[in-house]
Ligand binder design. Structure first.
Ligand SMILES: [Zn+2]
Length: 93
């Protein structure tokens, strides 16, 4: 499965950016968001966790389209992958 970098290309090395439409990390090759990226996101959005939820929600929506997700089981799987790792605060979102 060769990576197709024909679009985008603004990501820097070490940025752990998602490669679409496969949604694998372009740095470590793990499913995005990979563990290093989660740490980066938490640090980046630590003052604005709500915006992180919005951002990940947008990524989830895009990935759902890119990956042609159909069944509810797979949608739940993607939700867990993109949003389920967020540390839960008192009220969540
Ligand atoms: Zn990564």
């Amino acid at each position: 499965m060769a990576a197709d970098r024909s679009e985008g290309g603004a990501a820097r090395p070490g940025d752990h950016a998602p490669l679409t439409p496969g949604w694998a990390c372009d740095t470590c090759g793990e499913e995005w968001p990979c563990a290093p990226k989660r740490d980066l996101l938490l640090a980046e959005y630590r003052r604005d966790r709500a915006m992180l939820s919005v951002y990940l929600g947008a990524c989830l929506a895009a990935a759902t389209q890119d990956l042609h997700v159909g069944g509810p089981a797979t949608v739940t799987c993607l939700q867990q992958r993109f949003i389920g790792w967020l540390p839960r605060r008192a009220k969540g979102f």
